[in-house]
Design a protein around this ligand. Structure first.
Ligand code: SF4
Length: 140
């Protein structure tokens, strides 16, 4: 079960960036410049503002969907998630080792999400959970 909170700046739709995740890798804007943007925001106890990326527009064409899926796949901190139920998109994400980034994964694909999380634990044994569940300050 997903316990991610979407960042408040995301537009409504199936893809979203999780809140409190950003280290400004800026990869989404490289993969899909028309779909992502950066917002500056204030945090309690921290002077100034910190950037956070968000989904500014949902993909509308196959080419844009492919760009979005690249951003999900390549986002190092796994902060971009899919909450839709399109089976082809879920299968594509599963094929990229990202089944665990689907909020409403079909039951028959669930073992792929568990396998992806086990791989994540092998890559990062100190933080075996989903990387996006960590607040951003734990990356430094
Ligand atoms: S993918 Fe994550 S770390 Fe990279 S810019 Fe977006 S929110 Fe920040």
């Amino acid at each position: 079960m997903n316990d991610q909170t979407p960042h408040r700046s995301n537009v409504p739709g199936d893809f979203y960036v999780a809140a409190d995740c950003c280290t400004l890798c800026d990869l989404p804007r490289s993969c899909a410049p028309t779909l992502f943007d950066i917002v500056e925001e204030q945090h309690e106890g921290i002077p100034g503002t910190l950037p956070h990326c968000y989904v500014k527009r949902q993909p509308e064409t196959p080419a844009e969907t492919a760009q979005m899926l690249d951003a999900v796949r390549l986002s190092e901190l796994q902060c971009i998630r899919y909450r839709g139920t399109d089976r082809l998109i879920q299968l594509t994400l599963a094929d990229h080792g990202c089944a665990h980034l689907c909020d409403q994964l079909a039951p028959d694909l669930q073992p792929l999400a568990e396998a992806a999380q086990r791989l994540q634990a092998l890559r990062d044994p100190q933080h075996p959970g989903d990387a996006a569940k960590r607040p951003w300050w734990r990356f430094w």
